[in-house]
Write a protein that binds this ligand. Sequence first.
Ligand SMILES: Cc1ncc(COP(=O)(O)O)c(C=O)c1O
Length: 466
Amino acid sequence: MIRGPVEALFPPRQQRLRIDDYLTRELARAEERIVAGSATPTLDMESFRHELAGFDFATPRPLPELLDWSVGMLEHGIVHLTHPRYFGLFNPSPSFPAQCADRIVGSFNPQVASSATSPAAVALEAHVIRMVAQRAGLGALSGGHFTCGGSEANYTALLCALTRAHPKFAADGARAFPGAPVFYTSKECHRSWVKIAHQAGIGRSAARLVATDGSGRMSAAALTAAVAADLASGCVPVLIVASAGTTNAGMIDPLVECAELARRHALWYHVDAAWGGAMIASEKLRGVLNGLDQADSATIDAHKWFATTMGCGMFLVRDPAAVTAVFQVAASYMPSHQLSVDPYMNSAQWSRRFVGLRLFLSLASAGWAGQAAHIERAVEQTARIRQGLEASGWSIVNDSPCAVLNVVPPSALGTPGAVVERVLASGRAWVSLARFEERDVVRICVTHGETSDEDLSILLDALTRV
Ligand SMILES: Cc1ncc(COP(=O)(O)O)c(C=O)c1O
C-alpha cells in the first residue's frame, strides 16, 4: 500500500487553517513593529550565518517554528521597503490589493504559459496590458505581456529591434548583419542595458552610452552624432532607447526628438519608463511623458510606482506581431498553439506566474484616479522635502518631475557619503548615495504610499543632524 501524503508538505486542512491564521496574525504584528522600528537591518550576520549552517536539512523541524524564524529573519535582516521612511531605489511598499493577489495566486498556482491551461488568467493579463498600453498611447492594436521586471522587458525590446532589423537575425543571430549591430541609450540609463547587450550576443560595446546635456537628459545632438558616426563606420544601428525617469535622478530624455531620429533612420524606438511610466495614470502629470505615444515599445514596471509586489514588469508594444516574431516556437507537448495569444509563444518566459492579477486588483479597486492620487501624493511630498532642505542650505541638483531628489548637503554636514552613512546608521530612514552628472549626491525617493508629514520631518532631522 502506498503511504499517505507527506504531512509536513501537505498538512491536513484543519492544521493548515490554524497555521494560516497564526501566520496572518504574526505578519500583522511584525508589520506594526517594522513601522515603529529601524528601517535598516539589525541582524548580526555573523551569528545568522552560523544559524543557517545549522540547517543541514537532515532533521526536519516543525513548520510553525520555522515560520516564526522566517518572519524574524526578514524583520531584522533586510532594508524595509514597507517602512514609511524608506526613501529608496523605487522598490515600493506593496499595495494591499497586490498583496491579496499574491495570496490568491499562491493558492491556485495557475500555469500561465498556455491559454488552454489558464484561459481566464491569460485573458485577464492580456486585458490589463491592453488597457495600460492604450493609456500609454501605443494605439488601439497595442499589446504586450507581463515580465518579471524592467530588465526582461528591456531585453524583449532589443530582441524585437534586432529581429525587425534583419530577416535572418532569428535564424543566424548577430552574424546575419553586415556590420556590428548597435543601439543607443544615455549614460544615465539603467545598467540592465549593458547586461542585455551581452545576453543578446551583440556584446556590451554595442550599447552606446550617449552623453547627457548636463541636466541628466540624453543629448539629442550627441545621439544624432553617434548614429551618424556608426553608420559611417559600417555599424548597424537597430534601436534607440529613451529613459522616462532615469534610475538615479528621475530625468526624462527628449522623447519626441528621440522618436524623430528613430523614424528618420527606421530604428526601433523604445521608451524605458520602468519607473516614470506610472505617471500615465495622472492627468496632471502625464504631460511630461509626451512622446511616449510615438514609441514602438515601452517598459513600465508595475512593481515600481504602481506599487505591486516584486516581480511584476510590463512590456508594452505597438505591434504585438513583432513580439510573436521573436518568441514563436513549435512545441507539440503544449496544450495550445494560438500564435498571438499563448504567453509561451509571445514572451521570454515559459512557465510563468500569474503576476497580472496584482495590477488588475490594484486598478480595479482604486481606479486610474486612485493610482493618480498615489503618484501625485509622492510628488507633493517630494516638493515638501525639497523646500525643507533648501531652507537648510542644501542644493538640489536634479530637476525631475518624478518623486526623487538628488541633493548635496551644505559643507558643514560633510560629504553626501558621510550623510548617507549617518542616516543609515541611525536606522531612522533609508536614503542612498548616487552619482548625478559626475558628482556624488544623496538620493531621496518617495516610494511609500503611507509616508506621513511626521515621517518627512523625521527624515529632514535625520539628514541635517550631525
Ligand atoms: C529606468 C529603469 N529601467 C529598468 C530597470 C530594471 O528593472 P527591474 O529591476 O525591474 O528589472 C530599472 C530599475 O530600477 C529602472 O529604473
